[in-house]
Design a protein around this ligand. Structure first.
Ligand SMILES: *Cc1c(COP(=O)(O)O)cnc(C)c1O
Length: 489
């Protein structure tokens, strides 16, 4: 093909592929080398980028050198550095060399594995890795392909919520005899449940007023009470409504709260609700035998999801969903367009993952989880979790020793929720808001906040791949420094 510059135009040519890819890898390696020098949270103003870049696309090709220069000068200043060892915000998004290699292979092959025939390895590796991961978590065989269930990789917990809710909805509507009954279906979740579930329920057509929040409180560690769930269910049944779905969380987003799976499972069984367990963050920790007990009762659930892209050294995006009766998912989500008809799907009863998710097209995500597990091994994966938890304990002890501060609720996993004790003149929210702002605007660390039970807390989430004790110690010193000047005002 002729190009505008008269050269042969080859978008994917092995030699330039190698050279360009190596240049980008070197660029990323330098980024990681220098990552501590950047302010952790970007401080650019909205719209900063359009002032720096042309407002239309180039007609002629540009050199990679020019492009990487712009990445360096224009993009990096607008990044919040999630991989910085001084990043303690939200929940971490673990990157690792192994995860990166998996992404490279996924992107390099660039196959679209919507059904088995479209790339058998993509489907088969995914089901093998889901079984591996399920066994690392000691999930009952009812969730594994080697048993009676199965698993799939989605991009996010929100997608798993949409798909499981859809499966549960359709199963119920079939039993109730028609779509008009959708207004009767009730979804239950604690007031600490991640907002993705509310969003998913909306997408699935559950009326917002049928999303019932179960109130939690500080005195019970913001954990959902099965007694209250039972009361809500009985109340709704009396009003002619149909309890459909209960979402329990292990490690809530705001404060790491843990719902009692076994008790909630019993209630769900009794009233025939679909129980989903959201272990997006803390699921990874359950590979450690001493933490596995949080999953006790999982055999009573219908589905469970967790995000290896949070705490399992697997680069974005990667969310595992296991489901006991995949046929309900497939019943709801399968489509059979002529263009995808093939003998394998029709006669060999293979797995077609397009029927387990929202989109038709799908990435070969299993490669990176497979490589992350193989390159680290269970031994290092447990070490990674344990060392983050031990750093969080260290941080918690620092806070507990300083009587200007308080731990608002006991540390869960590697998340510490704390605050400066309110002084009379300065109310707790304002005081801690200002402390957080002072810490973050220093550029030396980044944390975020939550409001739980009306209390503004600062969240210190420890767990980026490169965080070491010295970073935690420096963070505490920084917090003390900023608190000191705030209290002296
Ligand atoms: C992060 C998180 C989510 C949201 O996950 P997505 O994959 O971004 O949809 C849901 N639940 C919990 C408990 C989380 O920590």
């Amino acid at each position: 093909m002729g190009s505008p510059s008269g050269e042969i135009f080859l978008p994917l040519e092995p030699t330039s592929f190698t050279n360009d890819s190596n240049a980008v890898i070197d660029f990323i390696a330098d980024y990681y080398k220098n990552i501590e020098e950047y302010p952790v949270q970007s401080s650019v103003e909205p719209g900063y980028l359009s002032a720096k870049l042309p407002d239309s696309a180039p007609y002629c090709p540009e050199s990679l050198e020019d492009i990487l220069k712009d990445v360096n000068d224009c993009i990096i200043p607008g990044l919040t550095h999630w991989q910085s060892p001084n990043f303690f915000a939200y929940f971490q998004a673990n990157a690792s060399t192994a995860g990166f290699l998996g992404e490279m292979l996924c992107s390099g092959f660039n196959v679209v594995g919507f059904n088995w025939i479209s790339s058998p390895a993509a489907t088969e590796l995914e089901s093998i890795v889901l079984d591996w991961m399920g066994k690392l978590l000691k999930l009952p065989s009812s969730f594994l392909f080697s048993g009676t269930g199965g698993g799939v990789l989605h991009g996010s917990t929100c997608e798993t919520a949409v798909c499981t809710l859809t499966a549960a909805r359709d199963k119920a509507l079939k039993e109730l005899g028609g779509w008009e009954n959708i207004t009767k279906l009730m979804v239950y979740a604690s007031d600490q449940t991640d907002f993705t579930f509310q969003k998913a329920a909306k997408l699935v057509g559950i009326p917002p007023s049928n999303f019932q929040f179960i109130e939690t409180s500080l005195s019970t560690g913001f954990s959902m009470s099965s007694k209250q769930v039972r009361l809500a269910i009985e109340h709704d049944i009396k009003s002619g409504l149909v309890p459909l779905f209960l979402c329990a969380t292990i490690g809530t987003t705001a404060c790491g709260a843990i719902d009692p799976i076994a008790e909630l499972g019993k209630v769900a069984r009794e009233y025939k609700l679909w129980l989903h367990i959201d272990a997006a963050y803390a699921g990874s920790a359950c590979i450690c035998p001493e933490l596995r007990h949080y999953l006790d009762g999982v055999e009573l659930a219908n589905s469970i999801s967790m995000n290896p892209h949070k705490w399992f050294l697997t680069n974005m995006d990667c969310c595992c969903l296991w489901i006991k009766e995949p046929r309900f998912l497939v019943d709801s989500l399968s489509t059979d367009p002529e263009i995808l008809r093939n003998k394998a799907s029709e006669f060999k009863a293979v797995l077609d993952y397009k029927d387990w998710q929202v989109a038709l097209s799908r990435r070969f995500r299993a490669l990176k989880l497979w490589i992350a597990i193989r390159r680290h091994g269970l031994a290092n994966l447990m070490y990674h979790i344990r060392s983050d938890i031990s750093m969080a304990k260290r941080f918690e002890a620092f806070v507990a020793k300083d009587d200007r501060f308080e731990i608002v609720l006991p540390r869960k996993f590697a998340l510490v929720c704390f605050r400066l004790k309110p002084k009379q003149e300065l109310e707790g929210t304002e005081l801690n808001c200002r402390l957080l702002e002072a810490v973050n605007s220093s550029g030396r660390a980044f944390m975020t906040h939550a409001v739980v039970g009306g209390i503004y807390v600062i969240r210190c989430a420890i767990g980026t791949t490169m965080t070491e004790e010295r970073h935690v110690d420096a963070l505490w010193k920084l917090i003390q420094e900023k608190a000191q000047s705030l209290l002296m005002e």
